[in-house]
Design a protein around this ligand. Structure first.
Ligand code: ADP
Ligand code: MG
Length: 242
């Protein structure tokens, strides 16, 4: 049974139709790279998958939830579906560990000691145990983004969504964040990620989805797609970005 199922998803902003009938099925443990030109609807799709945008029509099932927008349903969904953005948005007045502890404390009412242990475990996953008590302004961009990933993992989600999480980082800091994501993938986390890191998509993603003008234009195993892109649009995309 797929852990993500999207059927004929349409999304408009006013008169602008951004997603024009997206269908997608993701199995547990798959890593899906979402590629496409700026404006093709990648972020909107991820935001729809997390319930940050209401859909105009179609159906989404993700992490065991049928998408519905009642506040309680959204809270339940977001325990199981994490999302990390380009901007890390850590709370500046909280240490790394406190940032990671916050959602389990508030949303799951996890006792403080247990939440701290969980935070240390998650900071371990992103290689930042030694920064647990450091505040965001003393961390590099790459370290802050790794804390943001740990914060999302602390809810123990079934699916992780990543929207260009390395795009705001200096080039020398992207590697450490990509390594964290690669390790998560190796541990079996189901992930959908929007990225401009073609090498990473090709090597780490099991599946690649090329979006073009609000539709899935080409999809398949990353190896096949990168090895033999079949549409001129995807060939052109690879040509201009790689
Ligand atoms: P991508 O992530 O592939 O660059 P987006 O999903 O961000 O694409 O955007 C797709 C299109 O939807 C763009 O034309 C963008 O301007 C438009 N769009 C995105 N969010 C909104 C919004 N909240 N209101 C109006 N238009 C939006
Ligand atoms: Mg985007």
């Amino acid at each position: 049974m797929p852990i993500v199922l999207v059927e004929d998803l349409r999304k408009s902003f006013g008169s602008l139709e951004v997603l024009k009938g997206i269908s997608l099925s993701v199995e547990r443990g798959q890593v899906v790279a979402l590629l496409g030109r700026s404006g093709s609807g990648k972020s909107t799709l991820l935001r729809c998958l997390n319930g940050l945008e209401t859909i105009s029509s179609g159906r989404i099932e993700i992490g065991g939830h049928v998408m519905s927008y009642a506040p309680a349903a959204l809270r339940a969904l977001r325990k199981d579906v994490g999302i990390v953005f380009q901007s890390f948005n850590l709370f500046p007045h909280l240490s790394a560990a406190e940032n990671v502890m916050l959602a389990p404390r508030v949303v799951k009412k996890t006792p403080k000691r247990e939440a701290r242990e969980l935070a240390m475990e998650m900071l371990g996953k992103v290689g930042l145990i030694d920064k647990a008590d450091v505040y965001p302004d003393q961390l590099s961009g790459g370290q802050q983004q790794r804390v943001a990933i740990a914060r999302s993992l602390a809810m123990q989600p079934r699916v992780m969504l990543f929207d260009e999480v390395t795009s705001a980082l200096d080039p020398e800091l992207t590697g450490e964040v990509l390594n964290v994501m690669e390790r998560l993938a190796a541990e079996g986390m189901t992930m959908l990620l929007v990225t401009h890191e073609m090498e990473f998509a090709r090597r780490v993603a099991t599946t690649t989805v090329f979006m073009y003008k609000g539709l899935v234009h080409e999809t398949g195993s990353s190896k096949e797609l990168f090895g033999r892109p079949s549409t001129s649009e995807f060939r052109q995309f690879l040509g201009v970005t790689s």
